[in-house]
Design a protein around this ligand. Structure first.
Ligand SMILES: Cc1ncc(COP(=O)(O)O)c(C=O)c1O
Length: 344
């Protein structure tokens, strides 16, 4: 069970394969960021200090520094939440990134799964979550469905006595960051952000939590000392500057254009696409999905299998959105069972 939940896009990539499995958008960090990272190496003898990063992130979201906890990637926040909190009923809304469930289970908390059905386009309704759930994890936009849930529905889920965790790891890749709950302090609402996808720094581990100061303090109390390294803290300051935010917004608009092209190509060949994709990845349903995945690998493309996500099966595949995917679409067409049948 755990092994399946621990399968990630990076398990799919390999020598000589075009990586459409990992959703990190840039192949490498931009030069201005690499320069800042290089420059900070001279200071590595000192233990890290995240106070500047905290202030910079707070300013970026119009919040107080006490509302912010820098973390070693958004992933660390799942572990902090699972170890700081004592939920009676923890709910993970699936299909979604599996690490929240892994962290809860590892900390000994039973997990109740809410499975959003494909027939509803994997959309969330407030009624889908049991009223006695006192800790709820939702992704927005959700990995792997690419669905962006309305802020209105999320606010309905933030009921008294409950902590609602909204994982916004991909929201900076959606133009205008719509439906975000990051910029307002809301009772019981915790927002997670990641810098790793947009800036090509998954190896650096940089993310943060936004929430009420009392909860932030509880998470900080269980965080290992110096968990956020000096280079990660430097990246947090650099990536929250106005110029960086403008560049992120431009990248998000480019990703949107690439997404539109990919969707047009998929629809033209009759491939079923889940929901209304808003993130820089698309979930598709094809007969014999695992066979299609293998044939795509043989053709030089790594896509993400999705049978490891609760609520999905072998027919689902996730594809990262990149610029100019015409060759990939040709390879996909050749890998589809109908097409293969037609040729034989
Ligand atoms: C939805 C989602 N949340 C969080 C993470 C973890 O992000 P980070 O690299 O910041 O730990 C991932 C990574 O794939 C993800 O897909």
């Amino acid at each position: 069970m755990h092994e399946q939940l621990r399968w990630h896009g990076d398990s799919e990539v390999g020598e000589g394969l075009v990586d459409l499995a990992v959703n990190v958008r840039l192949p490498e960090p931009p030069e201005w960021l690499r320069r800042e990272l290089r420059d900070c190496l001279d200071g590595l003898a000192a233990y890290p200090d995240v106070r500047r990063a905290r202030r910079a992130i707070a300013a970026r979201h119009g919040r107080e520094p006490d509302d912010v906890l820098p973390t070693a990637g958004a992933a660390e926040a799942f572990t902090l939440l699972a170890s700081a909190l004592r939920p009676r009923t923890a709910v993970v809304v699936h299909p979604q990134f599996t690490e929240p469930e892994v962290a809860l289970r590892a900390a000994g908390h039973p997990v109740r799964r809410v499975l959003l059905p494909a027939r509803d386009g994997f959309e969330l309704s407030a009624g889908a979550v049991p009223s006695d759930a006192d800790l709820v994890f939702v992704g927005n936009p959700t990995n792997p469905t690419s669905v962006l849930h309305p802020a209105r529905v999320l606010r309905q889920l933030a009921t008294p006595g409950r902590i609602l965790v909204v994982d916004e790891a991909f929201l900076d890749a959606v133009p205008g960051e719509p439906e975000s709950l990051a910029d307002t302090r809301l009772p019981g609402v915790v927002v997670l952000r990641s810098l790793t996808k947009t800036w090509g720094i998954a190896g650096l581990r940089a993310g943060y939590v936004l929430g009420e100061p009392e909860l932030i303090e509880r998470l900080r109390a269980v965080q290992p000392p110096w968990s956020v390294s000096t280079p990660a803290a430097v990246a947090m300051v650099a990536c929250t500057r106005t110029e960086a935010l403008e560049q992120a917004a431009a990248n998000a608009r480019a990703a949107r254009a690439d997404l539109t092209d990919l969707l047009a190509g998929l629809r033209a060949m009759g491939v079923q696409v889940a929901g209304t994709p808003r993130a820089p990845f698309v979930l598709i349903r094809v007969p014999d999905g695992l066979g299609v995945r293998s044939r795509l690998r043989a053709a030089g493309y790594a896509v993400r299998r999705c049978d490891t996500f609760p609520g999905l099966g072998a027919d689902w595949l996730r594809i990262a959105v990149r610029a100019d995917m015409a060759d990939f679409l040709t390879a996909l067409r050749a890998a589809l069972p109908a097409h293969r049948g037609a040729r034989t």
